[in-house]
Design a protein around this ligand. Structure first.
Ligand SMILES: Cc1cc2nc3c(=O)[nH]c(=O)nc-3n(C[C@H](O)[C@H](O)[C@H](O)COP(=O)(O)O)c2cc1C
Length: 190
């Protein structure tokens, strides 16, 4: 895959095959986080990695999956749970800690994973209080975002936007169709 293809096929997946992510791929994913750009190079982010099925299952239950899909149908069934979870923690004691840093780290990890065929879902709506309690975190470390990873059990395709409707849908096979605006709708050239 060239870089452009990697970026356009790197989509969100929420159902996964029961196949572990190899340790060297996990390492590449975390290297992408470790070396990510961040404001003033202050590096306020920390990472918790879960791979044991019982830990991943616990985290899955604290995520809000696919708010746009009806009746929680976007939540993975237990047999399709991710096989790897990374929780991004933000050290709020570091001056200038920034949501942008989290976004850059998350995108880097998702892209590094996809380069090895590992799909992901960035999850911003989660039960941070329960996760922090479970991890016994000190108050300055705040649970920010989760990333679920695994080999995808479905496909996902970008489709043209119709009438400004941004809602993603699933087709009869359960594969995602993700509408995106055309460039001319969102870009202004000076
Ligand atoms: C900052 C951010 C927060 C997100 N939070 C959630 C979430 O809480 N639950 C979820 O299932 N998906 C979540 N997603 C995944 C989005 O729903 C997904 O990116 C969107 O539907 C577009 O699909 P795409 O990633 O394939 O372009 C989040 C994505 C981002 C970037």
């Amino acid at each position: 895959m060239d870089v452009q293809e990697l970026l356009t096929t790197r989509r969100t997946f929420r159902a996964f095959l029961p196949k572990p992510v190899p340790a060297w791929v996990v390492h590449d994913i975390l290297e992408a986080a470790r070396t990510a750009s961040c404001g003033a190079n202050r590096q306020s982010l920390r990472y918790v990695v879960a791979q044991r099925p019982q830990d991943v299952a616990r985290l899955c239950r604290w995520m809000k999956w696919a708010a746009f899909l009806p009746n929680d149908s976007g939540a993975p069934a237990p047999e399709q749970y991710p096989t790897l979870f990374v929780v991004i923690l933000q050290d709020t004691g570091v001056p200038g800690h920034s949501d942008v840093d989290v976004g850059i780290a998350a995108a880097g990890m998702a892209t590094a994973a996809w380069a090895h065929g590992v799909g992901s879902c960035i999850v911003g709506t989660l039960n941070a209080a329960e996760i922090a309690r479970w991890l016994d975190l000190p108050p300055h470390l705040q649970v920010h975002t989760g990333l679920a990873f695994g080999y995808p059990a479905h496909k996902s395709t970008v489709v043209p936007m119709v009438d400004g409707n941004t809602r993603y849908t699933r087709d009869a096979n359960g594969d995602y169709r993700v509408p995106k605006y055309a460039l001319e709708d969102i870009v202004r050239y000076l």
